[in-house]
Write a protein that binds this ligand. Sequence first.
Ligand code: ZN
Length: 292
Amino acid sequence: MNILDIINKFPNQESCIKFLKEIRWNNKPKCLFCFSEKVNSVLKESRYKCKKCHKSFSVTAQTIFHHTRVPLQKWFILIVLMANAKKSLSSSQASRDLNLRLATVWKMMHKIRKAMANDEIKLLAKILEMDETYVGGKPRKYNDVDNKNNSLRGRGTSKECVVGIIERNGNVKLFHAKNKSIKSEDLMKIVKENVDINNSILFTDEYRGYYKMNKILPHEQVNHKKYFSYNGIHTNTIESFWAILKRGFIGQFHWVSKKWLQSYLNEFCFKYNNRKEKITFKNITIKLFIKN
Ligand SMILES: [Zn+2]
């Protein structure tokens, strides 16, 4: 999946619409409201009118492409650019690549990220590692009062806290912890809601917040001072994941606002959780953007 394929396969708006019709309806349009297959195509190429409920609709209705003024080809290219960028893509870069206004691209990227969040994994299971990390941009100059702790590393900084749970050889889930000093109750709540606790074992570091975890599932803590890995008890998988995440945050998003942090995290999760499949543009479009 690369942008040359997209440009060759979808040279114009018509070819993009044709593709959406194919994947959405297998070329047999169905009413989006009453699901009747008796529909008339209306004068305008991409619209239909249902013979039963008389409502009209287009192939892009109920998708992120609805009512967009941006040519579909640019949307398709942006999806590929985002899916292929392991460390993610900044909106200013995408704005230059697609020759679109920054504000336009920014909104498009957030719509794509929102769709990526729908690909959520229900429950994580088996051998799991859990950890937190701290992300956030450079402190603003002359604003040291709020950011005086930014030079500290790890717990205790004024950056934003991200909690992650990862399956060895599997999927990851990430959570933006709204409280900077994350407590044991918060961590346990995340585990209860996102882990198949009857079929899992959890590895964490020795942070106090994890002490009570063994009340809800088998749990081992790694003493990083003594050894990084003892009989498979380690948190190397989540540590490697943090390395990818941080390169993304440092390299691409100079400053991620709190409001949008979870949305960026969803993008990282989606890409990590779909890394093994050879994702084709068709699969990704069906998975993320087409509701049947
Ligand atoms: Zn209908």
